[in-house]
Design a protein around this ligand. Structure first.
Ligand SMILES: Cc1ncc(COP(=O)(O)O)c(C=O)c1O
Length: 413
């Protein structure tokens, strides 16, 4: 990718917003994005409102903050705020969605007819299977493994090259008993990116739904969930949204959302939340239908600081710079005879660049001792430069990696 240099220089102005960038050479955004001063100001405002207003802060400020959060998330994926579901983690969002899919697994006639009427493909018989991949984050598989006592079967598609899962591999795994394909937009270990639209088309041709875990993509990969044909999208603020822990979100295609009823629920999903009816459950006809209980307002405040930044700069610009720095890292590391395990084409990856090292932990520790922060997964040092990093920081990383990884440890296959 070739973005004008002036744009890159403009982005570096934002470094002042992130204290962590003074404290270290921080190249680990895929684990935890740095925290901005905007997040601190918003957190301070939350505390001040609490002290000044007590419970009135809910109505005067905090419910409005939650609406703002929905707006922020919706803007990132091309949907209205009302379609967004707030959650405390991707796992929590997935658990609610998984509970709503049970009638599809069991082939409950009324639900299938309802789905067909809503134009959502689900076939006519039971669909007990959920397809995921060996490269996906464990919480995806775990949601449906936990439902094995209900008859749900998890099918895990292997990755032949250890880096990607091609469309043909999904094609082989999906059959007329598959309810759902649940996979990542960008894989958390390899950084490989799936193209959403062909995957969605494949799923729908077979009568299956597509769920995308976009935790490693939201904020750096421009996305329009409806146009891409995604049925369920989940993500969170911890990484490329610079929004810290405690805030995640989901989106369920409206026709599907309203045709299903989650059985894992909470009072924030009620259509009349503040009527306080204990004996009636009328689920909301918007994204709140899949919510649970009281959200963490301090987390929301911190998250909104990061989201404000990403929206101000724009996902396209942030993403372009992130991929450019990834390109530079891949090129320099390859020149230094390090074993880069990333997809080379920028369009086929996100912000993660794994470098194979037989025993990565001591290397990551040695780098940390020099103030260079990356992390590791089995067999790889996981590097993830973000828009706020400099090219010199990437050069330094490659230089020090070369010094710390002995030649015999560089290729493990
Ligand atoms: C792709 C992906 N999915 C999910 C998660 C975690 O989700 P949760 O919010 O449930 O902790 C992560 C990272 O922590 C991730 O990288």
């Amino acid at each position: 990718m070739s973005a004008p240099a002036v744009r890159h220089a403009d982005l570096l102005r934002y470094r002042d917003e992130f204290p962590l960038l003074d404290a270290s050479v921080y190249l680990n955004t895929c684990s935890l994005g740095a925290r901005s001063e905007r997040s601190r100001r918003r957190l301070d405002a939350f505390l001040a409102d609490w002290d000044e207003l007590g419970a009135r802060a809910w109505y005067k400020r905090w419910l409005g903050e939650l609406d703002g959060l929905r707006e922020d998330f919706g803007a990132l994926i091309g949907t209205p705020a009302a379609e967004v579901t707030l959650a405390s983690s991707v796992s929590a969002a997935l658990a609610v969605v998984a509970s709503a899919l049970d009638p599809i697994h069991r082939g409950k006639r009324a639900t299938l007819e309802h789905l067909a009427a809503a134009g959502v493909a689900a076939g006519s018989g039971p669909r007990p299977r959920v397809v995921t991949t060996a490269l996906d984050f464990p919480t995806i598989g775990h949601q449906w493994l936990a439902r094995a006592p209900l008859g749900v079967e998890l099918v895990v598609v292997p990755s032949a090259d250890g880096l990607t899962v091609p469309l043909q591999a999904f094609e082989t795994a999906i059959d007329d008993r598959t309810a759902l394909v649940a996979t990542g937009h960008v894989y958390f270990t390899t950084g490989a990116r799936n193209e959403l639209r062909p995957l969605a088309e494949l799923c729908h041709e077979r009568g299956a739904l597509l769920l995308i875990d976009a935790y490693q993509a939201t904020g750096i990969v421009p996305t329009d969930v409806a146009a891409d044909g995604v049925d369920v999208y989940v993500s969170g603020t911890l990484k490329w949204l610079f929004g810290g822990p405690g805030t995640a979100f989901g989106w369920v295609r409206p026709s599907l959302r309203d045709a299903l009823r989650p059985t894992t629920t909470g009072w924030f999903s009620s259509a009349r939340q503040f009527a306080f009816d204990v004996d009636e459950l009328d689920l909301a006809a918007d994204g709140r239908r899949y919510e649970l209980g009281t959200p963490s307002i301090p987390s929301a405040a911190i998250a909104r600081g990061g989201l404000e930044l990403v929206r101000e700069i724009g996902v396209e610009q942030v993403g372009e710079r992130t991929l450019d720095l990834g390109d530079l890292l891949i090129r320099l590391a390859t020149d230094a005879a390090l074993d880069v395990r990333a997809v080379r084409a920028a369009a086929g990856r996100g912000g993660i660049v794994p470098i194979a090292v037989a025993d990565p932990k001591p290397v990551v520790d040695a780098l940390a001792g020099e103030g260079i922060i990356v992390d590791f997964r089995p067999g790889v040092v996981r590097c993830s430069p973000a828009f706020y990093n400099t090219e010199d920081e990437v050069r330094l990383l490659v230089d020090r990696l070369s010094a710390h990884v002995p030649a015999q440890d560089r290729r493990i296959s």
